[in-house]
Design a protein around this ligand. Structure first.
Ligand SMILES: C[S@@+](CC[C@H](N)C(=O)[O-])C[C@H]1O[C@@H](n2cnc3c(N)ncnc32)[C@H](O)[C@@H]1O
Length: 207
């Protein structure tokens, strides 16, 4: 039986062999320099959504955190599990917007990372996903996400999602903006193609 394609993952399985070596070149500290001051220092529960090959999950595990890494593309998830075997990382085959398997575990997280993932969801999925994210976020929890702007690579499902739309949606779901920065791309090809990123961080409004 053929697996049903998860919305947003189009093109990743086919390109995995080409993408994995490129992604291995990007370090956690370079990728997240702009939000480093916001990351937890005491041991925390961290959710890495759309974890790819687990660069961030592995770095967080090394820092002493417990990580759930959700990655629906089998080729990427398996590469991540092999590259970063750690008892502090729990890999899950699940997907936005519903995260059915993850939600059945009734866990909450101090930090949720969505690095280069949100733009794969359409507007209806983003509404549903934001609702689910707030359910998964612990009381003082932090949500960090990045939005991609620029030409869409062939074969991918992507939408140009604005910072304003995302901030409004997060506000509607009880999240306060803590950081909003626009940055250049780290990857050479993306730089040449004029791709830029917005980095956003939100914290739950005190009740
Ligand atoms: C550009 S990659 C980023 C991977 C990783 N976060 C990183 O920064 O290296 C986008 C990732 O989102 C995943 N993805 C796409 N659609 C998704 C969905 N509906 N739910 C969860 N992850 C999804 C892809 O499989 C892919 O691993």
């Amino acid at each position: 039986m053929k697996n049903v394609q998860v919305s947003g993952t189009e093109g990743y399985a086919e390109a995995a062999e080409f993408l994995i070596p490129q992604w291995k070149e990007i370090s956690f500290s370079r990728q997240h320099q702009i939000v480093m001051h916001l990351l937890p220092t005491a041991p925390a529960r961290i959710l890495d959504l759309g974890a790819g090959i687990g660069r961030d999950a592995a770095a967080f595990a090394t820092m002493g955190h417990q990580v759930v890494a959700v990655e629906p593309t089998r080729e990427l998830r398996q590469a991540g599990m092999t590259l970063h075997a750690s008892t502090s990382i729990d890999w899950l085959d699940d997907s936005l917007p519903d995260l059915t398997l993850l939600r059945s575990r009734k866990e909450q997280f101090d930090l949720i990372m969505l690095t280069a993932v949100w733009m794969h969801l359409d507007s209806q999925e983003r509404e549903q996903a934001m609702h689910v994210l707030t359910e998964l976020l612990a009381d003082t929890g932090l949500l960090i996400m990045s939005l991609r702007h620029g030409a869409i690579p062939a074969g991918r499902r992507m939408f140009d999602v604005s910072a304003d739309e995302t901030i409004n949606l997060a506000h509607k779901h009880g999240l306060n903006l803590e950081l909003n920065k626009h940055t250049a791309s780290l990857q050479k090809t993306n730089q040449q193609n004029g791709v830029t990123w917005t980095r956003l961080a939100f914290r739950r409004k005190p009740s």
